[in-house]
Design a protein around this ligand. Structure first.
Ligand code: ATP
Ligand code: MG
Length: 337
């Protein structure tokens, strides 16, 4: 069975004046069909940049400097060079039809001066020119049903919907063309907790019913734990640990993951402290010798500061980029009091 997505040593660099920011600095992973992958990590670690590379929606000052992305066995990006034609063809090939995206802010994704129904009809027509009005309405009703929007809201303008309904409308819009892969970047962050839970639950439901493959970007470990099969932990542009969700929580084998899930309380202090580290935001971290987490790692040794850690395979798809991965994996994690 061909994986829906294979990413190999992907690199994305932003240019700001003379500065180069290696936001995605050698990322590899495989997503199987129907699988949900959570990407977690603190602000600035490169989650959205990775998402934009996968969707080929990078801003103008971004360049893919290396790596390969295979979608359903076919290279979209080969050695850092996009192989699908630019413009319309590229957008058609990637966005909407087979890969869809759900953004953080529905307000930015929905057109404020057009009804939701109209936007969905337009999206349908663009890709299925022959579709009749009745067919379009039926399909929109179906998708509204899937995501829990009353059909009566079809003719509403985005501003007439509540935050939660607006986010659902955007999810409906992303699903209208029956994508195989959905990339959701903090899809519920702007909403209150109750609605967040509901919508994440609905996304999980949809995934099972439509056999979608999902990449869920979040800095909320809990949300990812509930809705994903596999978790990738990103730090300063790299996936420093990836594992089946249970493994990540029961047997975290990277000190950064342990810190994120609160398994190293005595050594690292509260999470807020960690989040305020300039670490992930600095090119210096990526450029430093040795392990990029060494400067903040409670367990770092001279080896860590001198040598880049290898990707240590721990079985079952569990990989940790830590010199001491094996001993961490063997240790039970301490739970934060
Ligand atoms: P958040 O959780 O806050 O959304 P993130 O993990 O999605 O963060 P990115 O937005 O991918 O992080 O940013 C990764 C790095 O790239 C950061 O250092 C950020 O400042 C930088 N960056 C992001 N977008 C641009 C841009 N358009 N131009 C220059 N630098 C950028
Ligand atoms: Mg982001």
């Amino acid at each position: 069975d061909t994986p829906i997505l294979e990413v190999e040593d992907l690199r994305l660099v932003y240019s700001v004046g003379a500065r180069r920011i290696a936001a995605v600095d050698g990322v590899s992973f495989t997503l199987r069909r129907g699988e949900a992958l959570g990407i977690v990590g603190e602000s600035g670690c490169g989650k959205s940049s990775l998402g934009s590379a996968l969707l080929q929606t990078m801003p103008n000052n971004a360049a893919l400097t290396g790596g390969t992305i295979r979608y359903d066995g076919r290279a979209i990006v080969l050695d850092g060079k996009g192989v699908v034609e630019k413009g319309r063809a590229r957008i058609d090939a990637l966005r909407w039809t087979r890969i869809a995206t759900i953004f953080q802010s529905a307000m930015n994704a929905l057109n404020p001066v057009t009804t939701v129904r109209r936007q969905m009809t337009d999206a349908l027509r663009l890709h299925r020119p022959g579709i009749t009005r009745a067919e379009a309405t039926a399909r929109i009703g179906e998708v509204f049903g899937l995501i829990g929007i009353p059909r009566s809201r079809m003719n509403a303008y985005p501003h007439q919907l509540s935050g939660g309904m607006r986010q659902r409308a955007m999810i409906a819009l992303s699903l209208i063309l029956e994508p195989e892969l959905v990339i959701a970047d903090e899809p519920t962050t702007a909403l209150d907790m109750l609605i967040q839970d509901q919508i994440l639950g609905e996304i999980a439901d949809l995934r099972a019913r439509l056999n979608l493959s999902l990449i869920l970007v979040s800095h909320d470990m809990g949300a990812v734990a509930e809705s994903c099969d596999v978790v990738a932990v990103m730090y300063a542009g790299r996936i420093v640990e990836i594992a089946p969700t249970r493994q990540i929580f029961d047997n975290p084998a990277h000190p950064y993951t342990r810190t994120l899930i609160g398994a190293l309380p005595s050594l690292t202090g509260p999470l807020e402290e960690l989040e305020s580290l300039p670490a992930t935001d600095s090119a210096a971290v990526a450029a430093a010798q040795g392990c990029r987490f060494a400067h903040a790692c409670p367990a770092a040794t001279d080896l860590c500061r001198a040598k880049v850690p290898p990707a240590v395979p721990l079985g079952d798809g569990h990989i940790s980029e830590c010199h001491y991965a094996t001993s961490f994996a063997a240790e039970p994690r301490e739970v934060r009091a």
